[in-house]
Design a protein around this ligand. Structure first.
Ligand code: BJW
Ligand code: ZN
Length: 244
């Protein structure tokens, strides 16, 4: 492990995670060569327009994903576990902002967690915005408990063109951040890909990318550590906790 920046004990750490964090728990990433977007088109499954045009096709795609995620949720990997250990032992505040719709951070023990792109395990009604836990398949025949209508329920995830969740809470964490980590994300999707620039504009945070390989925005970070998340994340957490 190379020598590197060591934050003050009571500093605030903000961690952005992406699909690469869950890859070794058996979930596909989006933009790797065999990733999800190599098999289906974003325009067909991950926009509000796609759902309006062909809700059955969108439900089929998410029913398949939800089933896989249910299995994987029992299987947090050493990267998820290391981030929970960091939160439990660090003196300052640790905030995990995940783009992932799986529940692997929760099952690994992370508590201060923001799901900015939603979760697979909930449905939301397009008619009345009612949100409900959802485990099995979803279809246009399902009736919403909030408004008693069928046809409005959709996965509680953020599609392209929709506003990510909890942006005020995210902005607050970024402005107070002393160490910013970006883990397992390709840096393709905004606003998440711009968080590193936000903390750099504030000017107080050290920024580190931890990824399989340098991402699209790797040159924006002060430091980069590259390899599988299950190896580099626990090692980096050990490095931080050794400074206590
Ligand atoms: C490993 C590993 C291992 C692999 N270990 N590493 C033009 C310019 C700028 C922006 C825009 C633009 N045109 C449109 C936009 C906005 C648009 C956008 O960003 N488009 C770009 C494509 C250009 N963004 C939006 O529409 C967002 N909303 C928005 O902007 O609202 C406006 C607004 C903003 C701010 C304030 C107010 C209003 C919404 C984006 C929604 C994204 N939704 C998805 C689907 C979620 C549901 C689902 O799961 O189906 O979210 S798309 C998909 O991408 C998913 C992910 O969360 C997201 C990011 O992907 P991620 O996590 O980075 O995965 P990959 O696969 O890309 O990368 C994995 C990385 O891991 C790779 O680097 C690997 O190397 C690495 N890796 N194995 C470590 N073992
Ligand atoms: Zn409803």
């Amino acid at each position: 492990m190379p020598q590197s920046f060591t934050p003050e004990k009571n500093s605030n750490i903000v961690i952005l995670t992406g699909a690469g964090t869950s890859q070794e728990s058996g979930l596909e990433t989006f933009r790797d060569p065999d990733g999800i977007w190599s098999k289906v088109r974003i325009e067909d499954v991950a926009t509000p327009e796609a759902f309006a045009k062909d809700p059955d096709a969108v439900h089929d795609f998410y029913n398949m994903r939800r089933a896989r995620h249910r299995v994987a949720t029992a299987n947090p990997n050493p990267a998820h576990l290391a981030l929970a250990r960091l939160e439990a032992q660090w003196v300052g505040e640790v905030t995990v902002i995940t783009q992932n719709v799986d529940l692997l951070h929760e099952s690994g023990g992370t508590q201060n967690l923001i799901h900015m792109h939603g979760v697979h395990s909930k449905a939301r009604c397009n008619h009345c915005q009612y949100i409900v836990e959802w485990q099995g398949d979803m279809s246009t025949a399902d009736v919403c408990d909030g408004c008693s209508c069928a046809g409005g329920l959709r996965p509680h995830v953020v599609w392209f063109g929709e506003t990510p969740l909890e942006l005020d809470r995210i902005q607050g964490a970024l402005l107070e951040c002393d160490l910013f980590l970006s883990i397992g994300t390709s840096g393709n999707v905004y606003p998440a890909a711009g968080f590193v620039s936000v903390v750099q504009q504030v000017g107080r945070a050290h920024t580190v990318e931890l990824n399989l390989e340098p991402s699209l925005g790797a040159d924006k970070f002060d430091e980069g550590r590259y390899g599988p998340a299950t190896a580099i994340v626990p090692a980096y957490v050990d490095h931080l906790l050794e400074s206590l």
